[in-house]
Design a protein around this ligand. Structure first.
Ligand code: FES
Ligand code: FES
Length: 209
């Protein structure tokens, strides 16, 4: 006897996720209005829709850190972050780091310390390093290695990357947070922030480290 089809599941209307939706992203201080598939990640929005190709697609699975950007000051893997979820937040990419034609101290430190070979991981490394310092996780080589461990470098430039983060750490904080000369002196002598300046530190990022 031929089998009959089973009961059909109820057909409540579900919007097709491939239909374009409107989203406005704040990227490097500018508003970008896009029509995108609701499943578009921040990484694809940046690269395919906005034309900012600094953030790299390595694994596309949250494993390598090549796509790291800052969202509201916290480092995230943009390949696993939906663009819709980032609406209304400040996205900072490697393209927005230099100011007035001057490299960010962390960019300069990567150049000074020769902290790359092929350069594919470098934008993600630099964005992660900027946040790593701000989180207060650049106090020792071990600290830096631990909190930069979410960023893979297939060229194994790790010793130079650690040196770059160490070089840029005080200048990074001063530029990003307006710390003063006393803070710089204290950081150099004690490798930590003065108690009265700790308010500048962001809470630890949980997305990657
Ligand atoms: Fe996003 Fe590898 S491309 S973590
Ligand atoms: Fe080549 Fe890091 S410099 S992957």
């Amino acid at each position: 006897m031929p089998r009959q089809p089973g009961p059909v599941a109820s057909t409540s209307p579900v919007q097709d996720p491939s239909l374009p939706v409107n989203v406005t992203l704040r990227v490097n201080g500018e508003s970008k209005s896009l029509q995108i598939d609701a499943r578009t990640t921040v990484l694809d929005a940046l690269r395919e829709h906005i034309g900012l190709t600094g953030a790299k697609k390595g694994c596309d699975h949250g494993q390598c850190g090549a796509c790291t950007v800052l969202i509201d000051g916290r480092r995230v893997v943009s390949c696993l972050t939906l663009a819709l979820a980032a609406e209304g937040q400040q996205i900072l990419t490697i393209e927005g780091l230099a100011k007035g034609g001057a490299l960010h101290p962390m960019q300069q430190a990567f150049v000074d310390q020769d902290a790359f070979q092929c350069g594919y991981c470098t934008p993600g490394q630099i964005m992660s390093a900027v946040a790593c310092v701000k989180e207060g996780h650049a106090n020792s080589d071990d600290d830096i290695r631990e909190y930069m461990s979410g960023n893979i470098c297939r060229c194994a430039a790790y010793p130079n990357i650690v040196a770059a983060v160490k070089q840029a750490a005080p200048a990074n904080l001063i530029r990003a947070e307006g710390l003063d000369a006393c803070d710089l002196l204290h950081i150099k002598e004690h490798r930590t922030l003065r108690p009265q300046s700790r308010r500048w530190l962001a809470p630890p990022a949980t997305t990657i480290h």
